[in-house]
Design a protein around this ligand. Structure first.
Ligand code: PEP
Ligand code: MN
Length: 293
């Protein structure tokens, strides 16, 4: 009988591996193809806080060229005393923002209990770092037919991360996007240490599209653009970036959120970089900027 170790080894080095190009995942009703060599940016606040905050942020990120709006309605906060999110009301606001802008909605399910509700509203379901090894949740999201962003655990190895993805795949859902969001190391001057080697490695040998989240990756607004550019260079298919209309007033993660102007500037830089790399930045306005991949 094979041991657990051999089995997971085989899974992560065998089935997960793909000598050719990765699987593309179709997103939303328009069927935007993630993983085809283009770059897609998903942006928005850490948490949905109120209608004005969300709708203003959504309009700004759509205008700057994002294809998706991120925003937590159920927030997995380290402290029970921190803002926990608006729950269902937050999901309704995300749906309204989608209606107005056409942005895809990305939001987190934190439990098997709230997954059905989240899945009703989300175009892409986020599984957060703190849930990466919540195996019942992974299996439950694996039984759904929606794309899933699987964030890397706070202190998880790449193999543990791929094994978590395998739980989703085994349950029947292959629409998995692996999101590097920084890991915990001995370093204290940044919130996390962004593992760009993981982005390059997965891009090289894993069939799933790779996303990078430079906001949680460093935790400092002033470093986010540099890490976003670096992640694009390392091969990320997509970027997840925290943007808030008033970062200084944010109820969570304001210190790592860009304001709309900073985000628009970064998008211009990414657009130019993509062009140089022979890739295309996909937006909702019409498609593709830059040369075809
Ligand atoms: C988030 O995306 O706001 C979040 C909670 O991220 P993570 O799970 O990576 O900490
Ligand atoms: Mn956050």
């Amino acid at each position: 009988m094979r041991t657990e170790e051999t089995r997971t080894e085989a899974e992560s080095s065998g089935k997960m591996k793909n000598a050719g190009r990765m699987r593309t995942i179709k997103l939303g009703e328009r069927g935007l193809a993630l993983g085809d060599g283009s770059l897609m940016v998903i942006a928005g606040p850490c948490a949905v806080e109120d209608r004005g905050q969300l709708l203003e942020t959504a309009a700004a990120v759509a205008e700057a060229g994002a294809v998706g709006l991120r925003g937590g309605a159920f927030k997995p906060r380290t402290s029970p005393h921190s803002f926990q999110g608006l729950g269902e009301k937050g999901l309704e606001l995300l749906a309204e923002a989608r209606e107005r802008t056409g942005l895809l909605v990305v939001t987190e399910a934190t439990s098997t209990e709230n997954l059905p509700l989240v899945a009703e509203f989300a175009d892409i379901i986020q599984i957060g770092s703190r849930s990466m090894q919540n195996f019942p949740l992974l299996t439950a999201v694996g039984k759904r037919l929606k794309p899933v962003i699987l964030k890397r655990g706070l202190a998880s190895t790449i193999k543990e991360w791929l094994d978590a993805a395998e739980y989703i795949r085994c349950a029947g859902n292959e629409q998995i996007i692996l999101c590097e969001r920084g890991i915990r190391t001995f370093e204290t001057m940044t919130r996390n240490t962004m593992d760009l080697g993981a982005v390059a490695l997965l891009r090289h040998q894993c069939k799933f599209p790779v996303m990078a989240d430079p906001s949680h990756g460093c935790g400092r607004r002033e470093l986010v653009p540099a890490l976003a550019r670096a992640a694009l260079t390392a091969g990320a298919d997509s970027l997840l970036i925290e943007v808030h209309v008033k970062p200084e007033q944010a109820l969570s993660d304001g210190q790592q959120s860009l304001n709309p102007m900073e985000f628009a500037r970064l998008m211009e830089e990414l657009r130019e970089m993509a062009l140089v790399m022979g890739r295309k930045l996909v937006d909702l306005k019409g498609g593709h900027h830059g040369a075809a991949a």
